[in-house]
Design a protein around this ligand. Structure first.
Ligand code: XMP
Length: 254
């Protein structure tokens, strides 16, 4: 199955570290050397208590993919965790394939893509490349921010001409395209539940939006979230390890 290698890796690290928390390594600093050391510092503190690390433009832009970011990916892999690139791929197929190839060549195990662009001439080349390389593709399905309803919450006509919510059509596409996961904000537990009833456990649900954005772990878990993507509540905490463990305890006590 497409993305199985990535899925197996995250399942294994989640079990080993007893955690469903994916660290969003969204650190900021104007000095690149300080930014790089801050990344290593936070990784050292929390790496044994999270199940994966997600990287965003916060690091790609200042640290360069094949330099600083690749070195950070190697450190994370050496610590036994898979890595996710949050590039929200969103262009024509040929360009998407070039982008995906660079991220996979740098070592990322999975990437996030936007299903709005469709399959043919859009995401098909990304899924094909991911399958060949044993990587995962995670699809945005309902984002965590307030304005998500303007796009993901629109009513659209599905393939059969029936009026449906966009995010439910995307959940079906995730199954059809054999995605490794879908993103549904922890801020919308009712949407997690609806999406999960379509996915029936065959595709994992990844939920950002816990903590700073107001999402509650317990509600999302009950609704069907498999993994939580958490950034600022961990990296800005006085004690990041304690912050992760508090999240792990909430999940563990569920
Ligand atoms: P915070 O600091 O809010 O960071 O815990 C969350 C991280 O996840 C990203 N994010 C999202 N990524 N779909 C995504 O693919 C979403 O709905 C979403 N909401 C937040 C955010 O960029 C940050 O890296």
């Amino acid at each position: 199955m497409l993305g199985q290698t990535f899925q197996k890796k995250i399942e294994a690290s989640s079990k080993r570290n007893k955690s469903k928390v994916i660290l969003a390594l969204d650190l900021e600093h104007t000095d690149k050397n300080i930014l790089f050391s801050k990344c290593l510092e936070i990784l050292e503190k929390v790496v044994s208590s999270v199940c994966a690390v997600k990287v965003n433009r916060h690091l790609i832009l200042p640290l360069d993919l094949y330099d600083g970011v690749k070195r950070i990916i190697t450190v994370i892999h050496d610590m036994g965790l898979p890595t996710i690139m949050d590039c929200k791929i969103n262009d024509i197929g040929h360009t998407n394939k070039v982008i995906a190839k660079h991220y996979f060549d740098a070592g990322f195990d999975a990437l996030i893509a936007n299903p709005f662009i469709g399959w043919e001439g859009g995401l098909a080349p990304v899924f094909e490349l991911a399958e060949k390389r044993g990587k995962g593709v995670i699809l945005l399905t309902y984002m965590s921010h307030k304005g998500a309803w303007e796009g993901y919450g629109q009513k659209v006509l599905d393939d059969s001409g029936t009026e449906r919510f966009q995010y439910l059509v995307f959940a079906e596409k995730a199954l059809q395209w054999k995605a490794a996961g879908v993103i549904v904000g922890a801020t919308y537990p009712e949407k997690i539940r609806e999406v999960n009833s379509i996915l029936k456990g065959e595709v994992s649900v990844y939920s950002p939006g816990v903590g700073v954005q107001g999402g509650k772990i317990k509600e999302a878990l009950v609704a069907g979230t498999n993994y939580f993507i958490i950034g600022r509540s961990i990296i800005k905490a006085e004690d990041p390890y304690r912050a992760v463990m508090l999240f792990n305890d909430i999940v563990g006590s569920h």
